[in-house]
Design a protein around this ligand. Structure first.
Ligand code: SF4
Ligand code: SF4
Length: 439
C-alpha cells in the first residue's frame, strides 16, 4: 500500500509538472506572428507517417539511420510496457496484463527486449561517436557547452532505462519459478529468459525481489525524469517533430514567400493592377522580422523541434566554404531568444508580446555577416530530417535589415538602386522587356 501511495504521489506530481512545462512551450511558440497553414490534410498525414514516424529522410545515410531507428522503435514500443507499469503502480498488481494477454504478452515484451538489445549497442556507438570520434558537425561553435552535454546526458539516460528493464525482467523470470503465486508467467522472453539467469542466477529469492523492484522503480523514475527534462532539451523533437512535419510547407522547395505589400506596389508600377487595388495610400508595415515576435509561430515551432543534428549545416555551401553561417545555429538562436523573451514577458505580464522591449533583438544573436552569407539554395531545407526551414527566418531578418532599416552590405546597394530604377540588376536604361515587342 505504501508503495502504491508513493507511486501515485511521485508519478502524479511528475506528470503535472511536465504538463505545466509543455504548456509553457506552447505559450512560447504562440509568441510568433499568426500564420494560416493551408493545404491538403491527407498529404500532411502522409508526411507525418513517412517523415516523422517512419523517419524517411534519415535513411539517406543507412548506418546512422538504422541505429537511430533502433533507439526510436525501442522508445515507441516501450510505451506499451509503461501502461502496465502505471497500472501496476496504481493498483498494486504485478504484471497485470500478462495473464489476460497470454502469448501476445510474451510477443510484445520480447519485441521490446530485442529492440532494447539493439538500442543498447546503438547508444554505446552514439556515445563513442560524441565523446571520442567527435565528427565535425558535433564540435562546431554552437555545440559547445550545454548542447554537447545535453546530447551525452540523454544517451546516458537511455542506458539507465535499459538497465532498469534488464533488472526488472531478468529478476522476474527467476522469481516466476520460485514464487509463481505472485509472479505471473510471462512465457519465454527473448532476452531475459537467458540474460536473467546469466546475471542474477545465484541470488536468493529476497535479493531477486530487491533487484526486480529496483529495476521497476529505476525504469519508471527515469521515464518521469526524462519527461520533465524534455522541455529544456533538444530531445523535445521527439514530441514536436510530429507537429512540425504536419504543418510543414507543401509548396515546391524553391518557392519563396512574397511580401504582398511590395508585390502590389510593383504590380501597380508596372500597370498590372490599379493603384487603388494596391492600396498605395496605406501606411507600409514593418518589413521582415527584427525579433522572434516578428517571426511566424511556425518558425518558433521549428526552433523548438530542432534536433541539433547539424545535417543542415553539413550541407550548407556557405558554411562549407568557411563563411560564418550555420543554419543550425540560426534555429538554436531563435529558440534561445524566444526563451529570453518569454522569461522577460513572465516578469512583466502586462506587456503585450509585440511591445516587449528589453533593449535586445534577434540581431544580438545573429550577426549580419551570417545573414548575408546565405545563398538561399535551400540545401538546409532539403537536409533537415524533421522538415525545418532555416532559410525562412534568415530571409525575414534580411528583409528587416534591408527594407526597414535600409542597411545591407555596401556591395548590394548599387544592385538595389538598379532594380528600383531600371527593373534590372544592371544599370541599363532600356526596358528589359523590349525584346518581347514586335515593333
Ligand atoms: S539556404 Fe542559406 S542557410 Fe540554407 S543551406 Fe543554403 S546557404 Fe545555407
Ligand atoms: S534544422 Fe533540421 S537539420 Fe538542422 S540541426 Fe535542426 S533538425 Fe538538424
Amino acid at each position: 500500500m505504501i508503495q502504491q501511495i508513493l507511486f501515485i504521489v511521485i508519478a502524479g506530481g511528475a506528470l503535472l509538472f511536465a504538463a505545466r512545462q509543455f504548456l509553457q512551450i506552447k505559450k512560447k511558440i504562440s509568441l510568433g506572428q499568426p500564420e494560416e497553414i493551408k493545404g491538403d490534410t491527407g498529404e500532411r498525414i502522409k508526411n507525418v507517417l513517412l517523415i516523422a514516424l517512419g523517419q524517411k529522410k534519415m535513411f539517406k545515410q543507412w548506418v546512422p539511420a538504422l541505429m537511430h531507428f533502433a533507439i526510436y522503435a525501442a522508445f515507441l514500443i516501450t510505451q506499451i510496457e509503461l501502461l502496465e507499469i502505471f497500472f501496476d503502480g496504481v493498483t498494486g498488481a504485478h504484471r497485470a496484463f500478462a495473464p489476460a494477454l497470454g502469448g501476445f504478452y510474451t510477443f510484445v515484451i520480447s519485441t521490446i527486449e530485442v529492440l532494447t538489445f539493439f538500442a543498447f549497442f546503438a547508444t554505446i556507438i552514439f556515445l563513442v561517436r560524441r565523446t571520442l570520434v567527435k565528427p565535425a558537425r558535433f564540435t562546431q561553435t554552437e555545440m559547445q557547452g550545454w548542447p554537447a552535454r545535453d546530447g551525452i546526458l540523454i544517451l546516458l539516460g537511455e542506458l539507465v532505462l535499459i538497465a532498469g528493464i534488464v533488472c526488472m525482467n531478468g529478476a522476474d523470470v527467476l522469481l516466476q519459478k520460485l514464487d509463481p503465486a505472485h509472479y505471473p508467467d510471462t512465457g519465454t522472453l527473448a532476452v531475459s529468459s537467458w540474460l536473467g539467469p546469466l546475471l542474477f542466477g545465484g541470488l536468493s529469492q529476497q535479493s531477486l525481489v530487491v533487484v526486480e523492484r529496483f529495476g521497476w522503480w529505476l525504469h519508471i523514475l527515469t521515464v518521469l525524469a526524462f519527461l520533465n527534462y524534455l522541455p529544456i532539451s533538444k530531445h523535445l523533437h521527439i514530441v514536436l517533430a510530429f507537429f512540425n512535419v504536419y504543418y510543414s510547407r507543401l509548396k515546391p522547395r524553391g518557392e519563396m514567400e512574397n511580401m504582398p505589400e511590395i508585390m502590389n506596389e510593383v504590380k501597380s508600377m508596372m500597370g498590372l493592377i490599379e493603384a487603388s487595388e494596391a492600396d498605395m495610400g496605406a501606411e507600409l508595415p514593418e518589413f521582415g522580422a527584427k525579433d522572434v515576435t516578428g517571426l511566424s509561430w511556425k518558425t518558433l515551432l521549428e526552433a523548438y523541434s530542432c534536433t541539433e543534428c547539424g545535417r543542415c549545416t553539413e550541407q550548407c555551401p556557405a558554411n562549407l566554404t568557411g563563411k560564418k553561417l550555420s543554419p543550425r545555429k540560426i534555429m538554436m538562436d531563435i529558440r534561445d531568444r524566444t526563451d529570453e523573451v518569454a522569461a522577460g514577458l513572465a516578469v512583466s505580464e502586462a506587456v503585450a508580446p509585440a511591445d516587449f522591449d528589453d533593449g535586445k533583438s534577434l540581431f544580438d544573436y545573429i550577426a549580419s555577416e551570417e545573414l548575408h552569407a546565405c545563398t538561399t539554395c535551400q540545401a538546409c531545407v532539403e537536409a533537415c530530417p524533421v522538415m525545418i526551414n532555416p532559410m525562412e527566418p534568415i530571409l525575414a531578418l534580411r528583409r528587416y535589415e534591408i527594407l526597414t532599416e535600409s542597411k545591407g552590405p555596401a556591395d548590394w546597394i548599387p544592385m538595389f538602386t538598379s532594380v528600383e530604377n531600371n527593373g534590372a540588376v544592371w544599370a541599363v536604361a532600356d526596358p528589359r522587356d523590349g525584346w518581347t515587342r514586335e515593333d
